[in-house]
Design a protein around this ligand. Structure first.
Ligand SMILES: Cc1cc2nc3c(=O)[nH]c(=O)nc-3n(C[C@H](O)[C@H](O)[C@H](O)COP(=O)(O)O)c2cc1C
Length: 201
């Protein structure tokens, strides 16, 4: 399997920021419609890609302790599997071809939208990057930064008429085992086309 160079995130006029804020809500039911590669490109870029100056999110001391992993389940043009987002190259680095969504769903207290979503983004942290600069206070900075990334994902999804939900309830060690990662998972964000026919919990 190969790494995937993502298309540049074009800045078309989807929706203004106020509309995205006003429409934002958590979505836990997804239609079985694939996500487009252009959509993944925009989501990952908005989450914490390269901006005009540094990155689309702030980071205490510019330490950037967060990394993004992506479980690809149903995306046109990208093979199912587990990937790492390389923000500098704006590409998906292939890690494993197994579809890990079911195991991740189990580790997340069986929140079934993690299994059903076409993609799941995992926001994971290397706390040491920030703690070495700021001591224990660095811990709180890392959590704050995950919030910035999570909100960017909510807003870009809304602008693309996709849905997501910030999931914080999971067994940390099991998630690390399933994904075979050393970083600490902070959020899981399933993403897909909104199924608004079924009432959201
Ligand atoms: C830190 C945090 C953890 C959350 N964890 C979960 C979760 O594990 N599962 C879930 O379905 N929603 C989770 N949520 C989403 C909230 O339930 C949701 O934001 C809240 O119900 C308000 O609804 P809204 O986002 O549609 O405005 C979490 C939200 C935050 C901020």
């Amino acid at each position: 399997m190969k790494n995937i160079k993502l298309p540049a995130p074009h800045f078309e006029d989807h929706m203004n920021i106020e509309e995205a804020l006003y429409g934002r809500r958590s979505i836990r039911k997804f239609l079985e419609i694939p996500i487009e590669i252009n959509e993944i490109s925009k989501i990952l870029w908005a989450a914490m890609g390269k901006s005009q100056f540094r990155r689309t999110v702030p980071s205490a001391g510019a330490r950037y302790p967060l990394e993004l992993y992506v479980l690809i389940g149903n995306v046109k043009g990208i093979n199912t599997g587990f990937y790492y987002y390389d923000w500098l190259e704006h590409s998906l680095e292939f890690i494993d071809k197994e579809d890990l969504r079911e195991k991740l769903c189990h580790a997340s207290l069986n929140q079934d939208f993690i299994l059903k979503a076409p993609i799941d983004i995992i926001i994971a942290a290397d706390f040491e990057r920030t703690i070495t600069r700021y001591g224990e206070r660095g811990t709180r900075y890392v959590y704050m930064e995950a919030g910035h990334v999570g909100q960017n994902i909510y807003l870009v999804c809304e602008a693309l008429n996709l849905g997501t939900v910030a999931v914080g309830a999971f067994r940390d060690e099991e998630v690390k085992e399933v994904l075979n990662i050393v970083l600490d998972p902070l959020y899981i964000m399933p993403i897909g086309h909104k199924d608004l026919n079924i009432l959201n919990k």
